[in-house]
Design a binder for this molecule. Structure first.
Ligand code: NAD
Length: 497
């Protein structure tokens, strides 16, 4: 059986132990992945450190030549890459292609790094003194990524980290590691020197080795909130710069004046696309007024019944399976609990059968109506094809509900009322807001990040914030002796006045 190997100093290598990788559409183990231990992590750090001085001194305009070629290679190999994503994750091929394209946009943005790294300059900041700030790479930095975007989320991180002059260690999700490795390998084909990108697979052990290593200067993490918080705490206690993006519970508010047909159509994709396994998935529809809720539910029900569910690797489907049997069981547990708590399960996707894939981890679309804020299905992230409808009386009540939630990743308002839209966008305590756009994932030249317990750290992922995250500012003041008029000592604190 194939083993997905580490990629260290440009070479593929293994660890003594491996972990199984399953195709969730069939329940079969399709390959193994190396389970990186401290030794593998240390090897990767040594390689990344050795590669850093020369890469740091390579002019940014040359560094980005690799990125231009990398982008072309990603496009050339797109079909092979999305096949791997779909096989191990379960999402549909079309959805996997969407994720890859959004990842490639980050490579395009990183190609602009010579412009983005331009510093700040002040001529004559004092008598004969020029002052400037520039942005220098940190050294060895690491990224730890989740299962749900195995191609895109790594591409949020290392194109910019590398373009800024750092060297990088990626620890992808052990659930779907093959695409992350295949994408990183293309960087070498694009001409990246050995050791600048390294991939170490595995689980908690590999992550903890990265968190504790003094030579890893920064960590970017994307995953669930408990792990994000633990990584932020341990990484920053160890003196590292850390950005840790966590989980979500994204609400879409539907006002009575909204174009309900449009809201229902777009909510379908936002709630059930990728089987709800997106950190920006809409999992709660907050309907203002019972009439709005009744009409929305009525419009959603036939669409949910018509969802085409099957093996992600087949074309023309809406939804694949959940990622693992454990995760499917966790989602089933939430559904049972919602029913016991008194929510009304008006669409029940349990028990769905996909012919020829009887052992796949499928759940069809589920819709709960009359969900109350104290229920666990409302409070916690389910990360499955389950949409909860909460009924409120006003926009103010909807906003208060969202603002009280522990997560603040994404949200959306459906309305035709500009004043309401402005009030919502201004006052809502959520990092990414859509107005009639249910998945407001920022484009690559804006940054991505939630508020509250959806992000630990200050700088957001990708976009302009990533240039700041992967560099540190240096302020230089310079005076040449020939321009100094007096040579006597100055004992008062220097000022320019
Ligand atoms: P996860 O937290 O289980 O795993 C993420 C990464 O951390 C993986 O590489 C995993 O190997 C590692 N890991 C897991 N447990 C660990 C531990 N105890 N100590 C150290 N490392 C550990 O997340 P997941 O299930 O892979 O991904 C789904 C979660 O990610 C959801 O909560 C989702 O909302 C979130 N997510 C958030 C964003 C965002 O941008 N905010 C984006 C994508 C996914």
């Amino acid at each position: 059986m194939d083993v997905v190997s580490h990629l260290i100093n440009g070479e593929k290598c293994q660890s003594p132990n491996t972990l199984p990788v399953t195709n969730p559409s069939t329940g079969e183990v399709v390959r193994q992945v190396a389970d990186g231990d401290r030794a593998a992590v240390e090897q990767a750090i040594t390689a990344a450190q050795a590669a850093f001085p020369a890469w740091r001194d390579t002019p940014p305009s040359r560094r980005v030549q690799v990125m231009y070629r990398f982008k072309q290679l990603l496009e050339t190999h797109a079909d092979r890459l999305v096949q791997l994503v779909s096989e191990e994750h379960g999402k549909t091929l079309e959805d996997a292609m969407g994720e890859l394209k959004r990842g490639i946009e980050n490579v395009e943005y990183a190609c602009g790094v010579p412009e983005l790294l331009k510093g700040e300059y002040s001529h004559n900041a004092g008598p004969g003194i020029d002052a400037w700030s520039n942005f220098q790479p940190l050294g060895v930095v690491a990224g730890i990524t989740p299962f749900n975007f195995p191609a895109m989320v790594p591409l949020w991180m290392y194109p910019m980290a590398i373009a800024c002059g750092n060297t990088f260690i990626l620890k992808p999700s052990e659930k779907d590691p093959a695409a992350a490795l295949a994408v990183a390998e293309l960087l070498h084909e694009a001409g990246l020197p050995k050791g600048v990108i390294n991939v170490v697979h595995g689980g908690r052990g590999a992550v903890e080795a990265l968190l504790d290593a003094p030579d890893v200067k920064a960590i970017s993490f994307v995953g669930s909130t408990p792990v994000a918080e633990a990584i932020y705490t341990r990484g920053s206690a160890n003196g590292k710069r850390v950005q840790a993006l966590g989980g979500a519970k994204n609400h879409a508010v539907v006002l009575p004046d909204a174009d309900l047909q449009n809201a229902a159509n777009t909510l379908m994709g936002a709630a059930y696309g990728s089987c709800g396994e997106r950190c920006m998935a809409i999992s709660v529809a907050v309907c203002v007024g019972d009439g709005t809720a009744d009409r929305l539910v009525e419009m959603l029900l036939p669409k949910i019944a018509a969802l085409k569910v099957g093996a992600g690797t087949e074309r023309g489907l809406d939804m694949g399976p959940l990622v693992t049997a454990e995760h499917r069981d966790k989602v089933l547990g939430f559904i049972e609990e919602g029913v016991s708590a008194g929510a009304s399960l008006v669409a029940d996707g349990r028990g769905i059968k996909v012919a020829g894939h009887e052992d796949g981890y499928f759940i069809g679309g589920c819709l709960f109506d009359r969900v109350a804020p104290e229920m666990r299905i409302y409070r916690e992230e389910i990360f499955g094809p389950v949409l909860c409808v909460v009924r409120v009386a006003s926009l103010d009540e909807a906003m208060a509900l969202i603002n009280a939630h522990e997560y603040g990743n994404g949200t959306c308002l459906f309305t035709r009322d500009g004043e309401a839209a402005r009030r919502f966008a201004d006052g809502i305590e959520v990092g990414m807001v859509g107005i009639n756009v249910p998945l407001p994932v920022p484009v690559a030249y804006h940054s991505f990040g939630g508020w509250k317990r959806s992000l630990f750290g200050d700088l957001h992922a990708y976009g302009p914030d990533s240039v700041r995250f992967y560099t540190r500012r240096k302020a230089v003041s310079q005076r040449w002796p020939s321009s100094v008029e007096t040579s006597s000592a100055e004992f008062s604190f220097p000022s320019s006045g």
